[in-house]
Design a protein around this ligand. Structure first.
Ligand code: CP
Length: 311
């Protein structure tokens, strides 16, 4: 069974069967990363290019590790050290890279729609590794894998996504993917950081952190995305923290089995307190581990199972 899409541009393009298949495949790949020799020949002879125009620690490294664990050749290119610094545009850059016959292009860019634009010019599959404030589908998939690993089933779970929803591609991808999987999503934050259209999409909106986390299975905490704000949305970070930092005191009002996830990077003490971040409910590093398995699954499924022997 293959995915219904040739590219991974956004959670909006993935149906329930796609997401289930990606999560199941990722689950089966997890074990490879625990071996002493962490490599299988599945994608030997395939070439993957990671083209990153924005900073990244987790996404870029895990796409690279994922490709290498499947024996693909992986090439990393940063915007700042590519010929875009000499004036070449994104489309020409991608077309020149495609002329070297890669099998997949992974793209992170600060413009919403950058990956989708490239699909008009590039024949090989493209994975969107984050485009502006639009989507970050592989992050949503690894979040779902992490939640499913702990809860067993996603259907019917209640999630509160807390923070800067307006500027968050992680929130946007998660809301879509979670709704596709039958989860109930509530967003929590200061009203200026919550887009008005969300309520129309069936998302509950709240600005009361204590009240909104009481009955949820999962709390997803997001950082304030200063780099995407071109106007003042908050009077101060201290004020934001006073109302929206997830502290032990607030967490005490949540369910005993609540899970806490955060896509990273974390601003310690601003959106989450140190003790909660490192406490027993937190799955933050578990998410990072699962990021490798999800990206292995995406490469494997996009390049076609006939290429592959998962052992
Ligand atoms: N979660 C995430 O996208 O992290 P990076 O920016 O470090 O890749």
């Amino acid at each position: 069974m293959s995915l219904s899409t040739k590219n991974i541009l956004g959670a909006k393009d993935l149906n329930k069967q796609d997401i289930q298949q990606i999560l199941d495949t990722a689950e089966s790949f997890k074990e490879i990363s625990t071996r002493s020799i962490k490599k299988v020949p599945t994608l030997r002879g395939k070439t993957i290019i990671n083209l990153f125009f924005e900073p990244s620690t987790r996404t870029r490294t895990s796409f690279e590790i994922a490709g290498k664990r499947l024996s693909a050749d992986v090439i990393n290119i940063s915007g700042s050290t590519s010929s875009t610094a000499k004036g070449e545009n994104l489309i020409d850059t991608a077309r020149n890279l495609e002329a070297m016959n890669p099998d997949i292009l992974v793209v992170r860019h600060n413009c919403s729609g950058a990956s989708a634009l490239l699909t008009q010019f590039i024949k090989c599959p493209i994975i969107n590794a984050g485009d502006g404030a639009h989507e970050h589908p592989s992050q949503a998939l690894l979040d779902l894998l992490t939640i499913r690993s702990h809860k067993g089933d996603l259907q019917g779970l209640k999630v509160a996504i807390v923070g800067d929803i307006r500027h968050s591609r992680v929130a946007r991808s998660n809301i879509k993917a979670m709704q596709t999987m039958g989860m109930q999503v509530r967003v929590v934050g200061p009203p200026p950081l919550i887009p008005v259209e969300l309520e129309r999409l069936g998302v509950e909106v709240s600005s009361d952190l204590s009240k909104s986390i009481k009955d949820v299975d999962v709390i997803m905490v997001l950082r304030i995305q200063h780099e995407r704000q071109n106007q003042m949305f908050l009077s101060s970070l201290r004020e934001y923290s006073n109302y929206f930092c997830l502290t032990a005191e607030i967490l005490a009002q949540a369910r005993k089995d609540v899970l806490i996830v955060h896509p990273g990077p974390v601003n310690r003490g601003i959106e989450i307190s140190l003790d909660v971040m490192e406490g027993p409910h937190s799955l933050i590093l578990n998410q990072v581990t699962n990021g490798v398995a999800i990206r292995m699954a995406l490469f494997y499924l996009l390049l076609g199972e006939n290429n592959a022997n998962p052992n």
